[in-house]
Design a protein around this ligand. Structure first.
Ligand code: NAD
Length: 306
């Protein structure tokens, strides 16, 4: 029977662990949990005879892959997979998968919650503004953005999106108006919410070129990645645009500098909280187990990322 290691420095919630066990027991797979380990040597020992691994943010390095002689698949329970050495995995014929979309609702709810929180002056006793009637542009139109769009529509926001890799019809079907130029995103939105990956094309792309275009009352929302932002340019936006606001689940490195002068116009979670819900944990854990089973039983590589 295939053996699966669930290696989690930060353990799954009990309900998520139970979901994984149920999925694996249903197909008679063996499994072991290595939880809350602090010594990387423990991971090296635990992978020695397993066919598959489920990890969260655990580092799957070349050394781990070398120690795992029978390993065929690593399933990262979550969206990002920069904790897995993809090149080293590919070189050893190990398939790496993520579980896209499984935490999308959690991130989307946080996105809307943070928008309301800052719009209502952090619930601190001062009068605020409403989201209804405001224009929201979704920058990127993947799993999270679509759910944010649906929730924002319920609130009464006017919706736009920009995603060069998604057909306009997908947006219009969701009641979202497609934009075709990056400049239009920033000229149009009262709110712009970032939902694209950080890569060579997008990193530091939120710079003064685009921030200089925003209106007098504007909120940038970032639950994606801090690398998307040119932080010096954002500081300039705070200084030059009195109605510039920022809410983020991925705090900038210059948060202290911004807080020093503009604390009432910024809110950042103390650490990345987007996917931190019980439901997202259960969804991602269950999906990781099912994807491993699908791959081992049927060769299904749907969510392969390497
Ligand atoms: P997704 O892959 O479903 O969507 C990303 C979208 O971005 C895709 O539709 C893609 O076509 C689009 N895109 C790529 N390059 C683009 C570009 N240059 N301009 C515009 N759009 C572009 O991913 P998702 O699950 O919706 O996640 C979106 C972002 O949120 C990612 O950056 C992800 O890392 C981040 N995320 C954060 C948390 C958190 O805890 N805060 C959790 C999950 C994901």
């Amino acid at each position: 029977m295939p053996k699966v290691l669930i290696a989690t420095e930060k353990p799954f919630a009990a309900a998520a662990a139970a979901k994984i066990k149920a999925e694996l027991e249903a197909v008679n797979y063996e499994y072991t949990f290595l939880e809350s380990y602090t010594d990387p040597a423990d991971l090296l020992a635990a992978v020695a005879d397993v066919d598959a691994m489920i990890v969260r943010s655990d580092k799957v390095t070349e050394a781990v892959l070398d120690a795992a002689k029978n390993l065929k698949i690593v399933a990262r329970a979550g969206a990002g997979f920069d904790n897995v050495d993809l090149k080293a995995a590919s070189a050893r014929n190990v398939v790496v998968m993520n579980t896209p979309g499984q935490n999308a609702n959690a991130v989307a709810e946080l996105t809307i919650g943070m928008m309301i929180y800052l719009a209502r002056a952090k619930f601190g006793g001062k009068s605020g503004t409403e989201l209804a009637g405001k224009k929201l542009v979704l920058f990127g139109f993947g799993y999270i953005a679509r759910l944010v769009g649906r929730m924002a529509k319920g609130i009464g926001m006017e919706l736009y999106a920009y995603d060069p890799y998604i057909a306009n019809e997908v947006m219009t079907k969701e009641g979202v108006k497609p934009l075709s130029k990056v400049a239009d995103i920033f000229k149009t939105g009262d709110y712009v919410s970032l939902h694209m990956p950080a890569n060579d094309e997008t990193s530091r792309s939120i710079n003064w070129d685009v921030l200089s275009l925003v209106g007098d009352d504007f909120t940038l929302v970032n639950t994606a990645r801090k690398e998307l932002i040119n932080e010096d340019d954002m500081l300039k936006a705070f200084a030059e645009k009195k109605g510039f606001r920022y809410v983020s689940d991925v705090a900038p490195d210059n948060l202290d500098a911004i807080n020093a002068d503009y604390a009432d116009r910024i809110y950042c979670t103390p650490r990345k909280m987007g996917a931190q819900t019980l439901e997202a944990n259960v969804n991602a854990g269950g999906a990781a187990a099912r994807q491993i089973i699908g791959f081992i039983e049927k060769g299904d590589k749907t969510f392969k990322v390497n």
